[in-house]
Design a protein around this ligand. Structure first.
Ligand SMILES: [Mg+2]
Length: 357
């Protein structure tokens, strides 16, 4: 048994390099809680919580409260070498604060990797060593979006994720402009963030040309799985569930109704690596493919998400760009981006992050 010697939870509101807008929300900063766990064998592991009420269902205050009042006491009483056992008890202690649980979970996995002197992905069983990642374009005027898109393509990104779900006509205009200007080497995916009604989504999908998009994420409200299923049935373009699927119970419902073609897995929604693995397993069993996604997160969370994804069958897409938005991250390393691919640091232990607090 490895004992926890001390735990620190540090709330930080990171500055975003550039604020942005999605359907229903604007972001100017990223509320984060950095977690540091020290064990009695002299090691430290790091995690982060990136709560957002509209996605993870918890505010930053609720996330911090769950850590301080429930999860940190639980960590102190737990075997730090048993992340799966901790995750089970954490789910009972803080069922509605998955981002807080994810912070503790990734810190325990970081420690496990450091103890084994292996990058976490090697400990979990590496299936791939990289994934192409998209980079996100917030809602803006089509011309400004194209300008940003060109900068990302010049930096090597080959997949752009366009936020839509706000004004259907402008959304279409933006996608057509990007599609025609950027050429066939750039893939476009779109994310509606629940912004369309079912009928608006139907019209949007009907107006798209065949090669416009790779997929459409969460066009309609999260709770209405049947609307998602009807759109997935009616249109050839793959529909991805994001806000509709937070944890394995949601994934089971999605799989039972075959409500989408794809699912977006985020550690912050599911509460950690074990639960995320379960979502991928349940989805893959019925032919639903998975993408690993993120919030605006420190490199700590992005690295954890990447190590999980590279070790998990069925996770063939990545949208891991959250750390690129943050101006004042406390972590360095963790991941690197090369020609639009995101890679873990295979010469470093655990998550491979260096954190200055
Ligand atoms: Mg999304």
């Amino acid at each position: 048994m490895i004992r926890v010697a001390s735990v620190e939870a540090i709330p930080i509101a990171f500055r975003l390099i550039e604020g942005y807008r999605i359907a229903g929300h604007s972001y100017a900063s990223a509320d984060t809680i950095i977690l540091k766990i020290d064990t009695t064998d002299g090691r430290s592991g790091f995690g982060c919580a990136a709560p957002a009420a509209e996605v993870t269902g918890e505010t930053a205050a609720a996330s911090l409260e769950a850590l301080e009042d429930r999860l940190i006491p639980l960590l102190r009483a737990s075997d730090a070498a048993d992340p799966a056992g901790f995750a089970r008890r954490a789910r009972e202690a803080a069922p509605r604060q998955p981002a807080a649980r994810a912070a503790a979970d990734m810190a325990l996995y970081d420690l496990a990797g450091r103890r084994a002197r292996l990058p976490l992905v090697r400990l979990l069983g590496m299936k791939r060593d990289r994934l192409p990642t998209s980079i996100t374009l917030g809602i803006d005027e089509p011309r400004s979006t194209l300008e940003r898109a060109r900068r990302h393509v010049a930096a090597g990104f080959r997949i752009l994720k366009v936020k839509v779900g706000d004004d259907r006509e402008r959304d279409l205009q933006t996608i057509r402009l990007l599609r025609d200007a950027l050429g066939p080497g750039v893939l476009l995916r779109a994310d509606g963030n629940q912004g369309y009604s079912e009928e608006a989504a139907r019209r949007f999908l009907g107006d798209l040309r065949k090669a416009d998009l790779e997929l459409l994420e969460q066009p309609t409200p999260a709770a209405d799985l049947q609307a998602l299923r009807r759109l997935a049935d009616e249109f050839e373009l793959p529909i991805m569930a994001d806000e509709s699927v937070k944890d394995a119970a949601d994934a089971e419902r999605l799989a039972a109704t075959r409500a989408s073609d794809l699912v977006n897995i985020k550690l912050m929604k599911s509460g950690g690596i074990g639960e995320s693995f379960e979502i991928a397993r349940l989805s893959l069993a019925v032919g639903i493919g998975a993408m690993i996604g993120c919030m605006d997160e420190s490199r700590i969370g992005i690295a954890a998400a990447l190590h999980f994804a590279l070790a998990t069958p069925g996770v063939e897409r990545a949208d891991l760009d959250g750390h690129l938005d943050i101006a004042d991250d406390v972590a360095r390393g963790g991941v690197r981006i090369e020609g639009g691919d995101i890679l873990p640091l295979l010469d470093a232990d655990g998550l491979g992050v260096v954190v200055s607090l």
